[in-house]
Design a binder for this molecule. Sequence first.
Ligand SMILES: *[C@@H]1O[C@H](CO)[C@@H](O)[C@H](O)[C@H]1NC(C)=O
Ligand SMILES: *[C@@H]1O[C@H](CO)[C@@H](O)[C@H](O)[C@H]1NC(C)=O
Ligand SMILES: *[C@@H]1O[C@H](CO)[C@@H](O)[C@H](O)[C@H]1NC(C)=O
Ligand SMILES: *[C@@H]1O[C@H](CO)[C@@H](O)[C@H](O)[C@H]1NC(C)=O
Length: 330
Amino acid sequence: MKSTRAGFMALGATVMNTTLATAQNLSYGADNFYRSNNVTLWPITIQTLYQTKVAGNLFLPNNLDRSASNSAVIVGQPMGAVKEQSANLYATKMAEQGFVTVSLDIPFWGGSEGEPRNTVSPEFYAEGFSAAVDYLGTQEFVDPARIGAIGICGSGSFVISAAKIDPRIAAIATSSMYDMGAVSRNGLRHSQNVDDRKQIIAAAAQQRWVEIHGGETEYVGGTPSEITNTSDAVAREFYDFYRTSRGLITPASSLPNLTTHPTLSSSTKFINFYPFNDIDTISPRPILFIAEPKELFWIPGAGHVDLYDRVDLIPFEKLVDFFQTSFVDN
Ligand SMILES: *[C@@H]1O[C@H](CO)[C@@H](O)[C@H](O)[C@H]1NC(C)=O
Ligand SMILES: *[C@@H]1O[C@H](CO)[C@@H](O)[C@H](O)[C@H]1NC(C)=O
Ligand SMILES: *[C@@H]1O[C@H](CO)[C@@H](O)[C@H](O)[C@H]1NC(C)=O
Ligand SMILES: *[C@@H]1O[C@H](CO)[C@@H](O)[C@H](O)[C@H]1NC(C)=O
C-alpha cells in the first residue's frame, strides 16, 4: 500500500553507532512518549503457540469496570521498531476512550524472545497477535468476542495476515500500512525487477554460508544512523523519528543502534509473504485503512512516519468510532 520506505533492502548499508541528534520535527503534536493520567500501564508477558514469550504492555482505563465485559484492542508497532515507538501511544489513546489495550513487541524484536535478534519471520509475527488474543480473551474483564487489532506500518500487514486465520480478531485497523511482502519483492515504487530480486535472494543465501561457518550476523539497511546532504526525503523522515529524541528509544533488551535493521539472512522471508492474498476471506469482519495520501482515509499533509506519533494528525476519533461500532454484528 505504501510506496516509499527507508530501503530495508538497501544491501551493504553500513550500520553506524547512533548519535542522538537534536534536530527533530515535533509539529502536529508529535508525542510518541505520551502518558495519560487516566490510564495505567502494566508490563505483561504473553506466551505464543510456539512456547516463546512476547513482551507487551497492558493499558487499563483507571475507571474501568472490572466486573463488565469490555472491548479490547491490540496494537502492533512499526516494522523494526519496539512497542515504545508509536504502539504505546496508540494503545494509551485508545485506553483513554475506554478500551482495554495491549501494545506488543513482535517476536524477535524489543523485549520479545527470539534468536537471532531482528529476525524476519512474518508467520511468527502474525502469531504474536493471536497470542495477544489468547491473553486478552482470558482476562475476566474482556469480552472475547470484542477483541480488535491495530497494525502500524509493517504490523498492518501482520495483523491482516493473522486475521485471515484467526477469526477471533473481530475488527482490524491499519495505520500507515506497509505490505512488507510486496515492497520486499518489488522495491520502492516498483524500483526492483526480478533480476534485482534475485541478487537480494543470492546475497541472503550467501550470508547463510557465512553464518553457518561462524561468521558475523549482517543486517540490512533501514533508517540511516546519520543524515548527510545527500540523504533523500524518506531517509530524513524516518531518521527524524527513529534517530532523534522524537522517537528514539533504547530498551536494554533490544539493539538500539539496530532498530529497523533486520538480519540479512532472514530478510528474504518477506519475499514469500503475501498478506493480501485471500484478504476477502476476512469479511464480514470490518477493516479500516488509515494512510497518507492516495489511500482510503486521507490525512491531508501527512507523511508515513507522521502517523506514528503526530497526535494532531492521527485520527483517533475515527479509530474509536470504528472499534465502538465494529464488534456489534460479528
Ligand atoms: C552497536 O552499539 C554497540 C554498543 O554501543 C556496539 O558495540 C556495536 O558495535 C554497534 N553495532 C553496530 C553495527 O554499529
Ligand atoms: C515537519 O513535519 C511536517 C509534517 O510532516 C511537515 O509538513 C513540515 O514540512 C516539517 N517541517 C520541517 C522543517 O521539515
Ligand atoms: C481524564 O479523566 C477526566 C475525568 O473523567 C476527564 O475530565 C478528562 O477529560 C480525561 N482526560 C483525557 C485526556 O482523556
Ligand atoms: C555535501 O557534503 C560533503 C561532505 O561533507 C561536502 O564536501 C559537499 O560540499 C557538500 N555538498 C553540498 C552541496 O553542500
